[in-house]
Design a protein around this ligand. Structure first.
Ligand code: PXG
Ligand code: PLP
Length: 442
């Protein structure tokens, strides 16, 4: 394939979560992708170590998904789902429901993880109101949590820079659990760290402070991704579940990253054996081929809300123009079929030990102060450069890209979450490249 010339005007696109001036002074542009590889506009193959942004779990530009979308767009480009429907919306919901933990089989479609989070928070409030507990409005998130960028998501989220600018407009009545990250206790843990389950008991303290009767829901990522791969301590999620159940508080797992095979199961809920009341998802739901997200609600929540309205009345005043967009729904159906046909969740589970060993082989690499992993996710935390947090990981990221490997960085943490079609040689290549790059990073 011939490379197109790089466009010379980068000024109009205000880039998301990007250092715009720095990027535009030295852009990194991708122009095509297939399977495990991107191709950059300067004609280089780049091995995808992070599935795009944790989302392309079946690898890039898969023929079956492309065909499903193309055919759908020429058959039915758009159909409303407000007081109307189209068959694929229902088929996609059934297919998603089949992958959810038993009982979480009512699916509300959105277009992103951020929308899924705000939807789940609203469903939690609607549920309590329908039960006659309208005073349950408080939401509990967690420090270092990432729940997208809607006002609801940044309010329950726990990443300071995402909140600071907007602090005057965050949702009222939100509290946060402490995060579970501790290098002092858990550095270089393989899989779930042994220390930290007791941190879930902080929820009891928060419940005592505010009273359970005011609390609607707790939302956490089962494995925190964006904030730098924080693996839940053994027993931690189980304890959160117990405390929520005891106090009638809904538990929401934000599975935007962990959903659809990242841990070797359809959901982290299944992996950990902990069933929340609501699951948010997006990204790999349709291999990120068309924007789509969803919320899986328990049948109890759904039935409580839906049966509380008068016949003929709209039960939940919420929805998006593009909820269950036909192209996105077609992509989801094709993707979920593909995951099953190729056994990609099982493949992830069987590759996980190799991935773990490869990640931890960097234990003695230059600048490394922690390696952590679970399923097909790993994080490598670097010592920060004095007075310049994030600079070292940024340099490593740029050098990895130049060396033909795409990784993700956040602060001084490198994150790895490759497509689940990766092979052992490619896993070794990613971590060898990172080791070599780190040796050259200041
Ligand atoms: N919840 C979680 C747990 C996420 O990981 C969102 C919600 C928001 O999804 P949308 O589709 O609105 O972006 C996410 C998204 C990173 C990175 O650098 C992570 C995400 C998105 C972009 C970059 O780690 N996660
Ligand atoms: N703003 C205006 C003026 C609208 O008419 C709509 C939807 O009709 C929206 C925002 C919401 O857009 P969406 O449904 O795509 O989230």
């Amino acid at each position: 394939m011939t490379s197109r010339p790089v466009i010379d005007d980068l000024s109009s696109f205000w880039m998301p979560f990007t250092a715009n001036r720095q990027f535009k002074a030295a852009p990194r542009l991708l122009e095509s992708a297939k399977g495990m590889y991107y191709r950059s506009t300067d004609g280089r193959e780049v091995l995808d170590g992070c599935a795009g942004l944790w989302c392309v779990n079946a690898g890039h530009s898969r023929d079956e998904i492309v065909a499903a979308i193309t055919q759908q767009l020429s058959t039915l480009d758009f159909a409303p789902t407000f007081q109307m429907g189209h068959p694929l919306a229902f088929e996609a919901a059934t297919k998603v429901a089949e992958l959810m933990p038993a009982g979480l089989d009512r699916i509300f479609f959105t277009n992103s993880g951020s929308e899924s989070v705000d939807t789940a928070l609203k469903i939690a409030l609607a549920y309590h109101r329908s039960r006659g507990e309208a005073q349950r409005t408080r939401l509990i998130g967690r420090e270092r949590g990432y729940h997208g960028v809607g006002f609801g998501g940044i309010s329950v989220g726990g990443i300071a820079p995402n909140r600071k600018t907007f602090s005057g407009a965050l949702l009222p009545s939100v509290d946060h659990l402490p995060h579970t990250h501790s290098l002092e206790h858990n550095a270089f843990s393989k899989g779930q760290p042994a220390w930290g389950a007791h941190l879930a008991e902080e929820l009891e303290r928060i419940v005592t402070l505010h009273d359970a009767s005011t609390i609607a829901a707790v939302i956490v990522e089962p494995v925190a991704g964006s904030t730098g791969v924080l693996i839940p301590p053994q027993g931690y999620l189980q304890k959160l579940r117990e405390i929520c159940t005891k106090h009638g508080i809904l538990l929401i797992f934000d599975e935007v990253i962990t959903g659809f095979g990242r841990l070797g199961k359809a959901t982290a809920s299944e992996y950990f054996g902990v069933t929340p009341d609501l699951i948010t998802m997006a990204k790999a739901i349709n291999n990120a081929s068309i924007p789509m997200g969803a919320v899986a609600a328990s049948r109890t929540i759904h039935d409580t809300v839906v049966n509380s309205g008068a016949q003929g009345a709209i039960e939940l005043f919420h929805g998006y123009t593009y909820s269950a967009h036909p192209a996105a729904a077609a992509a989801a159906v094709a993707t979920l079929d593909l995951y099953r046909r190729e056994g990609l969740f099982e493949r992830a589970a069987s590759l996980a030990p190799t991935f773990e060993a490869a990640a931890h082989s960097l234990r003695d690499a230059k600048h490394v102060k922690d390696v952590r992993n679970l399923g097909m996710v790993a994080g490598i935390e670097l010592e920060s450069r004095d007075g310049a947090p994030g600079a070292r990981a940024y340099e490593a990221f740029v050098k990895c890209f130049e060396a033909g490997v795409l990784v993700r960085f956040t602060g001084d943490i490198l994150a790895f979450s490759p497509p689940l079609i990766i092979n052992e040689e490619q896993i070794a290549h990613i971590f060898k490249t990172v080791r070599d790059v780190l040796a050259t990073v200041q």
